[in-house]
Design a protein around this ligand. Structure first.
Ligand SMILES: CC(C)(COP(=O)(O)OP(=O)(O)OC[C@H]1O[C@@H](n2cnc3c(N)ncnc32)[C@H](O)[C@@H]1OP(=O)(O)O)[C@@H](O)C(=O)NCCC(=O)NCCS
Length: 218
């Protein structure tokens, strides 16, 4: 599913504030520290809690191997100005349906700054641009409003609720299924290019100052 381009560890996605790159063994400490927090792990299907120290290196190797084989695309989320500092992770995974399934987490010190949304939107753009897929899927636990909001801000539509097996949580839990169709994504992209959008605050300020300096022509 994943093209040659993403199968090499020089692959990067750059957003306004982030670099998304392949995980490295040097990220192990940050993964252990950030993903090891209960508040992060408990919302995911696969992150164990407590996170066993000896599980991190094999996890990083497995993500790199899967990236190289094109089985998935799992990336470290890093600040653009500090690309060696992992602050979270994001991945797109192959499913039997042929549609990729996306998952993500951010370390708690980095919550509510829009980073997850920025990373999700970059990954989605990449998937629709590079891979012939009709939709991208995701799901969240019903008790996870932050993740729901990330998906809604990225154009996903809720498809329904179901009980999902979350192996690291040890059972079945109520979850909500989300989906973003290619047609919706394409409409959102073209709308943001051609439609009205508020100016960023700094530009609004500059424009206001320019107008206030212009002499009155009347
Ligand atoms: C879900 C998660 C990745 C969000 O990361 P983030 O970088 O904080 O997300 P963003 O800042 O892009 O967006 C979060 C949105 O949720 C909102 N939000 C946060 N907590 C909320 C709450 N308790 N109730 C309602 N909305 C909430 C924020 O206000 C923001 O929306 P806004 O931009 O409209 O104000 C992060 O909370 C996390 O890692 N959680 C644990 C792991 C997880 O849940 N992974 C997803 C599994 S499906």
């Amino acid at each position: 599913m994943f093209p040659e381009l993403t199968r090499d560890d020089v692959f990067r996605l750059e957003t306004r504030r982030l670099w998304l790159r392949w995980p490295r063994i040097a990220d192990a400490t940050a993964i252990l520290c950030l993903a090891g927090e209960k508040a992060v792990a408990e919302m995911t299907a696969a992150i164990p809690h407590p996170y066993p120290t000896q599980a991190v290196d094999p996890f990083v190797f497995a993500t790199r191997k899967g990236n190289a084989l094109g089985e998935h695309l799992v990336l470290a989320i890093t600040p653009r100005e500090k690309p060696n500092e992992l602050i979270g992770m994001i991945g797109a995974h192959k499913q039997a349906t042929g549609r990729p399934f996306i998952g993500y987490w951010l370390g708690t010190p980095h919550w509510n700054k829009g980073y997850a949304t920025e990373a999700v939107q970059a990954l989605i753009d990449t998937m629709f641009s590079l891979v012939e897929i009709d939709a991208v899927e995701a799901d969240t636990r019903v008790i996870n409003p932050a993740s729901r909001r990330v998906l809604e801000k990225s154009g996903f539509r809720q498809e329904g609720s179901f009980l999902k097996s979350l192996p690291a949580r040890g059972g079945l839990f109520p979850c909500e299924q989300y989906r973003l169709d290619r047609s919706t994504w394409a409409a959102l992209k073209s709308w943001s290019v051609s439609g009205w959008a508020p100016l960023p605050a700094a530009e609004q300020q500059q424009q206001a100052e320019r107008f206030s300096e212009e002499p009155c022509m009347a």
